[in-house]
Design a protein around this ligand. Structure first.
Ligand code: ZN
Length: 429
């Protein structure tokens, strides 16, 4: 049975959800706490529910944030948040509680909720969102984030109305294979939903712009929206006075700033409160892709050194990349954010196979954030890595494997700006 088998409406509906949250937190006090992270313009609390097993140190945990109910009339979002919260207290979510701090903000926009109206902004984050979420993210910069929305009978797609549910790997870029990585993860979420009986689509940012916004008339391409929506993906230029949307009000998606500031793995979600006429179905269909992603956060992706969300290729590609350092989730997050914000000051790292037993790798850092510490990571055909040297000196390295190759992971500390060259020796097989 889902938490809510009806859509809570109006002031009473909001109070009903808030009462359920309070009761749930009391009943699950060993793993949950509530924090009011802001207030709506008309004075309603905006609660966030933190769920994690306190027996494990937070430094070893990743941070996952799930927001819902930013747009008041998107009725489906009302039942998804509580369903995810209940799931996070279940036996199935034990490993998620052990390895992640999951923060669910079930009603970001209580004013819109009460009035059953949008009461938000189409082009920027609202002041309320900036204050509430900004404060939360300052203390808990997310490794993963999902922002739940909901389509209805007429809202949403201008050509396919009333029925779609969508996973949105958007507000990312093509930098460092991120678009491919988000697609990879979205496909896994879609497969989980499919096996639970929920047909989801995967739509990118361009899909969104082309499909969703504007009038239903044929030939009415919403150019201004198109400009806005593809801005992040294609127009990001560090040398062009670019500011993150959070500073410039460019987007109404919370995911964009999180990606740009912290290299967060970001997903939008659209449930559907028209085609799914039973509230419980909306809750369950919303939960499945979310729980699928949370569970992926406990696994090691083939190209990642450690278990966790795949957010550690910060420059380059799967073959040669710049990655964070750190012995636990918290250190890796700090290193990741630091390097990510310096990524424009690295050249694309290079590799060259000098002969069958030798690979030469070069990386250049020309920024001022010194000493710069990062790892250079190469995917190798050869399993047997014999040595890594620079200027004739041995360099310590680690290695890990995927299904058919190995990765050599080389921690580097650069005292001053310049180029470092590494010689990797390996046998043929
Ligand atoms: Zn929305």
């Amino acid at each position: 049975m889902p938490v809510f088998d009806h859509i809570p409406m109006g002031e009473d509906g909001l109070k009903e959800i808030y009462q359920w949250l309070d009761d749930w937190v009391v009943q699950n006090a060993s793993i949950a706490r509530k924090e009011v992270i802001g207030r709506s313009p008309d004075g309603w609390d905006i609660p966030a529910i933190f769920i994690t097993d306190k027996a494990f140190p937070n430094d070893d945990k990743q941070i996952a944030v799930i927001t819902s109910g930013r747009h008041g009339q998107e009725l489906g979002t009302r039942v998804v948040g509580p369903e995810i919260i209940r799931y996070l207290g279940s036996n199935e979510a034990e490993e998620i509680r052990n390895t992640q701090v999951t923060i669910v903000v079930p009603v970001v926009n209580p004013e819109g909720f009460v009035h059953n109206e949008f009461r938000s902004s189409r082009t920027s984050l609202t002041k309320t969102e900036r204050l509430a979420l900004g404060g939360l993210f300052k203390a808990f910069p997310p490794d993963m984030m999902i922002d739940f929305h909901s389509l209805g009978k007429s809202a949403g797609s201008k050509y396919d109305r009333g029925d779609m549910e969508v996973i949105i790997p958007a507000n990312t870029t093509r930098w460092a294979m991120d678009e491919q990585i988000h697609q990879y993860v979205a496909r896994e979420m879609q497969k989980s939903a499919e096996s639970a009986g929920w047909p989801y689509e995967i739509h990118t940012l361009e899909d969104l712009a082309a499909y969703y916004f504007g009038d239903t008339e044929i030939g009415n391409m919403p150019w201004s929206y198109l400009q806005e929506k593809v801005f992040l993906l294609h127009m990001q230029d560090f040398y062009d006075n670019y500011h993150t949307p959070e500073e410039d009000h460019y987007t109404n998606y919370t995911c964009g700033p999180a990606y740009l500031k912290w290299h967060t793995l970001v997903f939008g979600m659209e449930t559907n409160h028209y085609a799914l006429s039973r509230a419980g179905d909306i809750a369950l269909s919303g939960l499945v892709p979310c729980s699928s992603l949370l569970k992926m956060g406990n696994t090691r992706f083939p190209w990642e050194k450690d278990r966790g969300y795949p957010v550690n290729i910060l420059h380059g590609d799967f073959r040669i990349s710049i990655r964070p350092l750190g012995g636990n989730a918290s250190e890796r997050r700090a290193s990741r954010i630091r390097i990510w914000n310096e990524r424009k000051n690295f050249n694309l790292p290079q590799r060259e196979m000098a002969d069958q037993e030798t690979t030469v790798a070069r990386v250049r850092y020309f920024g001022w954030d010194l000493p710069m510490e990062f790892a250079l990571c190469l995917r190798m055909r050869q399993k047997n890595i014999q040595s890594v040297t620079t200027g004739g000196r041995d360099v310590k390295f680690e290695s890990f494997e995927d299904g058919c190759s190995s990765f050599v992971y080389i921690p580097i500390r650069m005292e001053k700006a310049g180029t470092i060259e590494l010689i990797i020796k390996h046998s043929y097989d």
